[in-house]
Design a protein around this ligand. Structure first.
Ligand code: UTP
Length: 796
């Protein structure tokens, strides 16, 4: 049995070669081979082997070559059971026969000619099946695709030409558009039989002018007229009865089985799925995803190798697709920019969520980021959505679900931009714009074409208070957008953050990649074609990161501003502080940091540069922030632009407590901020002493403590962590030479995402333990500070 060969004995137990996992003993081997991963991989291996034995590799095809073309051509050698095209279509295909003899027939034929194409037919390579973890696989695919593009891109004379080439290479071909159109017509004919007067409308990348070869087909099944039809049929007035008697459609429809006005979306979608399965040829893999934000029926069209999605509550998407079409029609530079940025984001694994819902940007959000950038160029390349509304005529007025969706239907109605920047410089400017963007404290509004302060949206329960009358949703209690590390309001549905799925890591990666790209775009390698045939321009920009590319960071720990996890009371205070909210938040973070070091990790405060200062009003804070934003400084070896809190506090004469929670007995008495020769304060800092390895073995101690108490009571995180420290201090010997280290907090924001950066520096580390402690703090401190802020434990 193959499964038996998969398990090898090792000095430490066993190893499963198929799944690449170590197993300690026989019972775990038995369990493993019955488990899902092993079973799935075994099945995949068997299927692959069968496919390999029945198929040939075909190259020399074109992007518009269809599976049907290939199936028809290869039928002459024997029955064809499947044709698999490569993901991006147009490079190769695998043709699978029902009988192995057909392979020999196909291989022995010389000069395969199909519809004017010379096909190359090769036997399949016999490879041992090997499980490759997804990530590596993705990286290899990305690199392979770029390798195909590279020669052509490098040959072109300018970055502008390279960007135009990216559009040509990826955009949907005329044949693809036609075949999608035909499928829409077919679906329309089928659905109207079952849902009289219904309409099937494509939206998204198939029609928004940003589609690529492999993009899916998003469809909205509009049942509004069907509901009217059904209502009329249910309580027929005389007139309606007349109409009905002429109309035999009600007999064919399935409306007698379902009441559309009351049925749940899931129920309607079940019907849609049943229709697709039974009545649409070539459609397979039909399933309903009712857990999505908008429930959807997914299907695959075999002949067109096309993934389709049907929704029934998505009228706004049809409208925002028209908006994207309008933007493309108005501004020719938009498509090359969007295609290039989408491809860049895919290569850097910032967008796309290849396995369904995920924390990366979706393509719609990324496109909106490009449009927002263009609204903010000087002069603007694209108008704001509010400006578009004013350009529309009366017939174009449109409100959907209470959201104003008015804009001109024709791009001719929109004045051309006075901005003459070329594509190459706009692309570089896009990266600079987002490299310096303060994502944490802003909400991107395409409606207004500006970044709104996040504090505007930190109101009760996150509900929008300030939407103008024509933007207010008709539905009462419509909740506000889900705020997160990156906030992009939908241009129409103002309560929807289209980037609400991003986590902190994906936001940080996006900004970091923009910073890297900004730097690269300043180099000659970006701007000038290499005379030695080396990679230049977009090629280097598109190169995916290898696994080892992350640079070792300096000893800093970042605590990002996360509006969504703050308690209501603190959100209100921040909102009241207006522009000065960053300083108020900074103060709370500093208090929490001090608590973590002092109360939880039991560090001793050797000294602190004490700012011990009085309470500050919201008005003071806002005045202070105004001063601080004007005195942003950039240090020579650090591209971070940061607000030096103390300098500004000194400059404005505002006094503040940094170490509000510090214990007077350990805090140096009566320390005043030191004034340097230039009359400025030294940056604030704490000098801590730690005598124990309080970070070593914490997880184990924590586990044991929780087991002892048998549960983890709510709000006890701080107590448990303090107990863990106390336990370690009690049980483990003291360090011979205590560790002394400095922690210096700094508030950053305005020109990048708002956060507190803590710089750590060992002052005395004879035991050589600082690195370990730092790695522990890097994960522990931000989480702990977040917990303290969430609960506002003693921060008021
Ligand atoms: P996608 O993010 O899939 O974009 O959203 P896309 O342009 O179709 O790109 P592919 O399919 O990944 O290649 C599809 C459509 O769904 C609507 C928009 O109309 C978008 O064009 N949509 C998406 C929203 O209305 N809101 C969202 O938050 C996301």
């Amino acid at each position: 049995m193959e499964s038996e060969n998969d398990i090898k004995t090792t000095p430490r137990g066993f190893h499963c070669v198929l799944c690449n996992v170590n197993l300690p003993n026989q019972p775990s081997v038995d369990q493993h081979v019955k488990g899902r991963k092993h079973q799935t991989l075994s099945n995949v291996r068997t299927t692959r082997k069968t496919q390999e034995e029945h198929s040939v590799f075909v190259s020399g095809i074109k992007p518009d070559t269809s599976q049907t073309d290939l199936a028809e051509y290869f039928q002459q050698f024997g029955p064809v059971s499947d044709v698999i095209m490569d993901k991006d279509k147009g490079v190769f295909a695998i043709v699978q026969f029902s009988e192995t003899e057909s392979i020999q027939a196909a291989l022995s034929c010389v000069g395969h000619q199909m519809k004017g194409l010379s096909l190359r037919v090769k036997p399949r390579e016999k490879k041992d099946f090997k499980y490759i973890p997804k990530k590596k696989n993705d990286l290899e695919n990305l690199q392979q695709l770029l390798d195909c593009l590279k020669p052509k891109l490098c040959q072109l004379p300018t970055v502008n030409a390279q960007m135009q080439f990216v559009v040509e290479r990826f955009q949907l071909g005329e044949n693809e558009k036609k075949s999608r159109g035909l499928l829409v017509l077919l679906l329309q004919e089928v659905f109207v039989e079952f849902f009289p007067d219904s309409q099937i409308l494509p939206f998204g990348s198939s029609v928004n002018t940003f589609g690529i070869h492999s993009c899916d087909l998003d469809l909205f099944l509009d049942l509004e007229n069907t509901k009217v039809f059904q209502a009329r049929a249910k309580c027929p007035s005389e007139q309606a009865t007349e109409a009905m008697s002429d109309d035999s459609r009600s007999e064919d429809s399935i409306l007698s089985d379902i009441d559309l006005s009351t049925a749940s979306p899931a129920k309607v979608l079940d019907l849609v799925a049943a229709i697709l399965r039974r009545c649409v040829p070539s459609v397979h893999k039909v399933h309903v995803v009712s857990s999505a934000r908008l429930p959807v029926v997914k299907f695959h069209h075999r002949e067109l190798n096309l993934q389709g999605d049907i929704t029934i509550n998505n009228r706004l998407a049809v409208k925002n697709t028209r908006f994207l079409q309008l933007c493309s029609g108005t501004e020719d530079r938009l498509r090359p920019l969007v295609y290039t940025i989408r491809y860049w984001a895919k290569q850097k694994q910032l967008a796309g969520n290849p396995n369904g819902p995920g924390p990366l940007l979706n393509n719609y959000a990324l496109t909106l980021l490009v449009i927002f950038f263009l609204q903010n160029c000087e002069p603007p390349v694209l108008p704001t959505v509010d400006q578009l509304k004013d350009l529309a005529c009366e017939e174009e007025e449109c409100v959907i679900e209470g959201w104003n969706c008015t804009f001109p239907s024709q791009s001719i109605a929109v004045p051309r931009s006075g901005n003459t920047q070329d594509l190459c410089s706009l692309l570089a400017a896009f990266f600079s714009f987002y490299a310096k963007f303060d994502f944490a404290s802003s909400v991107i509004s395409l409606r207004e074409g500006r970044a709104l302060p996040i504090t505007d949206l930190l109101c009760h329960n996150g509900k929008i208070e300030e939407a103008t009358d024509d933007q207010k949703p008709s539905k009462p209690n419509q909740s506000g957008p889900k705020l997160g590390p990156l906030n992009v309001l939908d241009p129409f549905e103002l309560s929807h953050n289209v980037a609400g799925n991003l986590n902190e890591r994906s936001q940080r990666c996006f900004q970091k990649e923009c910073q890297e790209a900004e730097k690269y775009c300043r180099s000659l390698q970006y701007l000038r074609k290499s005379t030695k045939g080396k990679s230049w321009g977009l090629v280097r920009l598109f190169t995916p990161h290898g696994v080892t590319q992350t640079k070792p960071e300096e000893l800093t720990i970042s605590i990002p501003f996360k509006s969504d996890v703050l308690p209501e009371a603190l959100r209100s205070q921040l909102r009241m502080a207006g522009d000065g909210f960053r300083l108020l938040w900074f103060e709370k973070v500093c208090t929490s940091v001090e608590r973590v070091f002092q109360n939880i990790l039991r560090c001793h405060l050797a000294s602190s540069m004490d700012f011990a200062l009085a309470e500050v009003s919201a008005a003071d804070l806002s005045a202070e922030m105004e001063t601080s934003t004007t005195s942003l400084n950039t240090s020579a070896n650090d591209s971070l632009e940061s607000v030096e809190f103390t300098e500004n506090a000194a400059a404005t004469g505002i006094k503040r407590r940094l170490s509000s929670g510090s214990d007077a007995s350990v805090s140096p008495q009566g320390k005043k901020p030191r004034i340097s020769k230039r009359g400025k304060c030294e940056p604030p800092h704490w000098l801590w002493v730690q005598k124990h390895l309080v970070w070593a073995g914490r997880r184990k101690v924590r586990r044991e403590l929780i087991k002892e108490t048998d549960s983890r009571p709510e709000g006890s995180c701080m107590e448990i962590e303090s107990q863990v420290t106390a336990h370690i201090i009690q049980k483990e010997p003291e360090l011979k030479n205590p560790l002394e280290f400095k922690v210096q907090p700094q508030l950053v924001g305005g020109t990048e995402s708002t956060k507190v950066v803590l710089r750590l520096e060992p002052c005395c580390d004879k035991a050589g333990v600082f690195q370990d402690f730092f790695h522990f703090l890097d994960a522990f401190l931000p989480k702990m500070v977040e917990t303290l802020l969430e609960k506002e434990v003693g921060l008021a």
